[in-house]
Design a protein around this ligand. Sequence first.
Ligand code: NDP
Length: 498
Amino acid sequence: MIEPLTVPADARPRPDYLTGTKGLQIGGIEVPARSGRTFATVDPVTEQPLATVSAADAADVDAAVAAARRAFTDPAWADIAPYQRTLLLLQVADVVEANAEELAVLESLEMGCPLTQTRWMIHHCVEVFRNHAGWPTKLYGQTAPSASSQFQYVLRQPLGVVGAIAGWNGPLLQMVYKIAPALATGNTVVCKPSEHTSLSTLRFAELLAGTDLPAGVVNVVTGDGKVTGQHLMSHDDVAKVAFTGSTATGKHVLATSASNLKRVTLELGGKTPYIVFADADLEKAASICALAFCAGSGQACVAGSRIFVQEPVRDEFTELLVGAMAPYRAGLGDPFHPGTRMGPLAFRGHYERVNGYIGLATEAGGTLVTGTEPIAGGGLYVAPTLIEGLDNKSRVAQEEIFGPVSVLMGFRELDEVVDLGNDTVFGLAASVWTRDLATAHRAAARLDAGSVWINRGSQMSAGPLPFGGHKQSGLGREHGTQVLDAYTEPKSVIVELS
Ligand code: NDP
């Protein structure tokens, strides 16, 4: 029996921010939803309501988009010098840094992720703002070759209002991946966080009052995706949708955006293969493979949900991997317990979905190498679950589970494992473990993945490297120089000189 680590109710943090109904953030002020409707956000540890949040409908989304549209053309934002924009982004970074602990606590309370991890995510947000703060002064256009009777150049201009929609597994971080480039390039934003995790984005927008950012540049509407999100992404005054979420919703966003040909970037699901060759540092590989599907309770787009190991070392590696998973099993518990390595899943519906996949694995003939022990006290905890005996074609090996579940499979040689790794609709990331440089580079070149990590696990980019998916893992990129194209429109200007 696994006994999750617990924290007495009176020792769990209860930030003042949780009191009262949380309004929408529109035009720099907190306002209730016009309908007066609210919803409860729930603590996944206790499954009790945590805070009451306003539920925005079409009228509220219209107001937020109008505020963002006004801010977009207001000289206080539209006409500032690039260096001024840099300073504003640095101020935003500072305000997040100064309030990092409160933001991290809100995220741990709402999504159940251990505090050590939410602290990391909030500091990553600070890094992302500081990296993007460098762009405004480097956002060059082009001059074009032309006859001496003409001067031709290309301006790079912001798009307008960006609708930013994020998932619940890293709420502020996913939002900041959109807000930072949008602001660096002169756009304005309306954010729609997941209804499961609204608080950190709302609090972030409130904290912006402590910066010189003009009101209306960043707005937040909260509510159900199918209502609030749907209105935002189908709004005619929204020039671009930047979306993080499931592939199914991403396809819907893309189809809906066609109504006014919005620019769209999509960060979607994954089924990341971790590929371990026999010559790898097996101990290190096992430790990182365990981390890859246990951290965040596997609720990560880049989770290592398929592990391929070369046959000669399969038994040895499996033993090392099971050993490396032990600290996560022992560290299952309340996100505020110092020993916790894995929290509960974020909400009940998702918990049931993940358990459904584990049931499916055994029905399909798979063996649970770990994950069979019952967990005391109920709750939304799922133990680290390693499955063997399934084919890569099985549903459990093909569909995104988004829990602490991974399928271990064998392979014999490079060509075979590249085919297996690529045999999925996803193409977000891959990790390759080998001491042979030629094998590493050949695999990196041939794997269908937006990011390939050699002898390491996932490393999220805070700026320099583009991040995004091949195939059905997404469209476009966040970060890198590529992100600038996603938030600007080129304009060709021809000047007749004669
Ligand atoms: P969903 O697709 O269910 O939701 C994502 C966001 O879209 C939420 O804010 C949701 O709101 C909103 N939404 C839902 N329906 C609509 C709609 N009809 N119109 C507009 N917005 C809508 O994804 P999850 O929240 O479950 O997130 C998990 C998924 O995100 C996984 O597939 C994961 O792989 C992916 N992801 C991808 C990343 C990447 O960078 N590639 C990073 C992290 C996660 P609400 O929740 O309120 O319904």
